[in-house]
Design a protein around this ligand. Structure first.
Ligand code: GLU
Length: 192
């Protein structure tokens, strides 16, 4: 169990995401992290321990983006550590993912991705997600606005288990993609 929160809109994402994490912290407090889309691409900041530690982490005050995702972790695969904290990114630092749940077949997917040349820096099941999305993105030759969504859809077909995901990408900097399979996910319009 862990907590994920995302924001897309006209307000600065960071305070909204931190507030969301504080409200979800009862679901996990091994580590916390936040990724926002900044002018020069995704900025990913994470730390071990509670959300209070994340709030003190260098660079967090400089996040200005109005689109972002965040996570507070209760580890299922890999010890509580900064390396295992979410958001996780692919090797090219183009896709950032937060994940609630378990990818049951992650070991097999990780082996396939390693055989294709992908490297892994965490012990989590989650890290296969951004890398598999990147793999499908790289295999798609059509360059339309649905390319990222198609890559996410293809990757999700390979995952076994239950999960909620939020994904942002430098290739689609005006969107958050959310996915849920047998796990809860609520989408709310804050302007109402
Ligand atoms: N399986 C992921 C991890 O260990 C997500 C954890 C969770 O949902 O609690 O990082």
């Amino acid at each position: 169990m862990c907590g994920i929160v995302g924001y897309i809109g006209s307000r600065k994402a960071r305070p909204i995401l931190i507030n969301g994490l504080l409200r979800l912290e009862y679901r996990g407090y091994d580590s916390a992290g936040i990724a926002t889309i900044e002018k020069n691409g995704i900025k990913n900041i994470k730390n071990k321990g509670r959300v209070a530690n994340l709030e003190k982490t260098e660079g967090i005050d400089s996040l200005e983006g109005t689109i972002g995702i965040a996570h507070t972790r209760w580890a299922t695969h890999g010890k509580p550590s900064k390396e295992n904290a979410h958001p996780h990114m692919d090797n090219s630092n183009t896709f950032a993912v937060v994940h609630n749940g378990i990818i049951e077949n992650y070991a097999e997917l990780k082996k396939d991705l390693k055989d294709k040349g992908y490297n892994f820096i965490s012990e989590t099941d989650t890290e296969v997600i951004p890398n598999l999305i990147h793999y499908y993105y790289s295999q798609d030759n059509s360059n339309d606005e649905l390319r990222v969504l198609r890559a996410v859809t293809s990757a999700c077909k390979d995952f076994k288990g239950s999960f909620s995901l939020e994904i942002i990408s430098n290739f689609d900097p005006n969107s958050i993609i959310v996915v849920r399979k047998d796990s809860p996910l609520v989408i709310r319009n804050l302007s109402r």
